[in-house]
Ligand binder design. Sequence first.
Ligand code: PEP
Ligand code: MN
Length: 348
Amino acid sequence: MTDESQNRPLLSERQQSAGSCADPLVRGGGYQGQREIPPFDGGDGAETGIVSGVPQRSGAQVGGGWKDQFADSPDVLKETPDQKTVVWAGNVAIGGDAFVTMAGPCSVETERQLMETAERVVAAGARVLRGGAFKPRRSPYAFQGLGLDGLKLLASARAATGLAVVTEVMAASDAPLVAEYADILQIGSRSMENYALLEAAAKTGRPILLKRGMVATVADLLRSAQCVVSYGNPNVILCERGIRTFETSTRNTFDVCGLVVMKEVSRLPVIADPSHAAGRRSLIPALARSAVAAGADGQIVEVHPHPDQAWSDGEQSLTFAEFDTMMADLAPWCELRAACNYAMETVA
Ligand code: PEP
Ligand code: MN
């Protein structure tokens, strides 16, 4: 059999006449008569021959510094690389040395559902109980939460287990009531830029768990955090809960890069919400590992005794057994994180 490729010319005639390099995109190659692209001189274009009415500058001079985009949030930015705020919720330190897990159902449904969940998550190592009494939902027809009855159940679960409680406040007028029952007030993704709500929540004096809006940039999130701090409440916890992108295989896109940016520029604790990012329970343990590895200070995870019967977000809620396994599997990652933090502190 004849091997035709042996007879085929490797370069076209035009390429052959151009010189030694066949790829016109490779610097120094090109067609005959084409001169090599000179390095950018960062200046006035005189040497490059580039003709522009606008004075040309080097990359570092264009667009200002990278951190300028956070300039509206001075009180939440680090002044020194190792500056950090530790937020206390009851006896739980968030932003300290330990990776803190907050866990519980999406919504508070019944006393039994909440108590069973609280007892299981505390046994597996959670420090904070989550559960919505006021629920923002994708549909106006969906369950909107038990309201005050839900808050009372959360307070009973705290008394029974010693867990601190985090729950969402949706209306400025509800802030004082929610603060009576909760250790941390959650501002949901849909409310991140509701400045009247941020003011009311801040003024209760409770720590604020500020979830990133689903179409908010890191700079937007920090501006909302700055708003809370400006109302006299320095105890803000940032939460990366996934953002909207063109991806449809997950409910949102978990922005681990954004989480790292928050950790780098802000002194506030940063936690991850793998549940609302993924939207599917099978993905949650891997996202939780990535959050630990990225330097998050904690996570907030949905857990339900019977996820298939949950009144909200069942498809992304872990069973008790899945939560136990995730927490056990996460332990060595948390140990590594603690060792790395220690190493970083001693290097500095
Ligand atoms: C929730 O925590 O149940 C919730 C509704 O979260 P998000 O505001 O991030 O959607
Ligand atoms: Mn939910």
